[in-house]
Ligand binder design. Structure first.
Ligand code: NAD
Ligand code: AKB
Length: 314
């Protein structure tokens, strides 16, 4: 049975991943950590420790205390915040990752960290973006993600750490709101649709980006970590996606469930230029072939579920 330490466990992914892993492996097997503590279920439903990932000694002490054999490193700042604070982003995203990898090396733990479609850049092929392709991102977040993928590969080749990763698209969810990302609009739009029946998008119409619903993202993490490595040609990180959509596609899907829903645009130049530097639609065939990646939610199925869940919270 795995014993897993999660960093950044109270964020958009961690708040749901912690609960899912506790369901699968048992509540005491999953140690949630974050720089802050709150009243969320992830912080309350099993072991929780306050850990700042830039503090190596604290991370190591916590990992040893619970004798963990798996580290899932989520703590990071996302694309828009990283663009506003590039030096801080380097310090947190790269320093935190190095500390987490060193902890995994010393404890001989399996290791997961997410990369992102943000690892690609304007010279990357925009459509059917291959698994192995040009990666020259023009954002600090993208630079961190490419460097992170290479560093995780290095820890595998040099030290034999079982590192694995996914290049996530924008993740859409309804438990913890995202913060500081470029794709956050694709979550906000659902909350505003339920609350006000309209949404002003900071990303322009016609901007296609990959997206995925959180339940599919959580299953992808577990499937990847449980996968037999026999068929692996890659490790860090696999392209995964469930849909390629523009704001008007999400709006049209919402209008099927909330008649009269309206979208308007007030484009934020910073986040728009980040979005424009990312692919329209990535190719996830390596993940499908090497460990059986699959997904359940297309746009309409996700929209229905998002709206039902957000309405329940009202
Ligand atoms: P998030 O911003 O929602 O959560 C990050 C968490 O890290 C927060 O709970 C925050 O308190 C914590 N944190 C910040 N600084 C910390 C520190 N110094 N020490 C410990 N914890 C700290 O982020 P998320 O969306 O859950 O993303 C998690 C990972 O997944 C990141 O690496 C991100 O780049 C990646 N990712 C996310 C998405 C997405 O759409 N959410 C897409 C692609 C990749
Ligand atoms: C962001 O927009 O920064 C994230 C991501 C796609 O990595 N959601």
């Amino acid at each position: 049975m795995k014993r897993i330490l999660i960093t950044g466990a109270l964020g958009q992914i961690g708040s749901e991943l912690t609960l899912k892993l506790r369901e699968v492996y048992g509540e005491n097997q999953v140690i949630a950590t974050d720089i802050k503590k709150d009243n969320s279920e992830a912080a309350q439903s099993g072991p929780f420790e306050t850990v700042d990932v830039t503090d190596f000694n604290r991370m190591m002490e916590t990992a040893k205390k619970y004798k963990v054999d798996t580290i899932m490193h989520l703590a990071a700042i996302l694309s828009a915040t990283a663009e506003a604070k590039p030096v801080f982003a380097w310090h947190l995203n790269m320093g935190g990752l190095m500390n987490a990898l060193e902890t995994a090396r010393e404890l001989k733990a399996q290791f997961f960290t997410p990369s992102s479609i943000g690892a690609f850049g304007p010279s990357t092929p925009k459509n059917h973006t291959p698994q192995d392709t040009i990666m020259r991102p023009t954002t600090m977040y993208g630079v961190n993600k490419v460097a992170g993928e290479l560093l995780a590969d290095y820890y595998f080749y040099k030290y034999g750490v079982d590192t694995r990763g996914l290049r996530f698209p924008g993740l859409i969810s309804n438990v913890c709101l995202p913060g500081g990302g470029t794709t956050d609009y694709a979550v906000e739009i659902f909350y505003e649709a339920v609350k006000n029946g309209k949404y002003t998008s900071y990303i322009d119409k016609g901007t296609y980006l990959d997206m995925m619903y959180m339940p599919d993202a959580l299953n992808a993490i577990i499937d990847l970590m449980e996968a037999d490595t026999l068929k692996f040609k890659h490790r860090n990180s696999f392209n995964v996606t469930a849909m390629s959509v523009a704001p008007e596609d999400i709006a049209a899907s919402i209008a099927r469930y909330i008649p009269g829903f309206e979208i308007s645009y007030n484009v934020d130049p910073v986040r728009q230029s980040i979005a424009d530097s990312w692919p329209n639609a990535i190719d996830a065939s390596a993940a499908m072939e090497e460990w059986g990646f699959t997904w359940a939610y297309d746009l309409d199925r996700m929209t229905k579920d998002m709206i039902e869940n957000i309405k329940k919270k009202k």
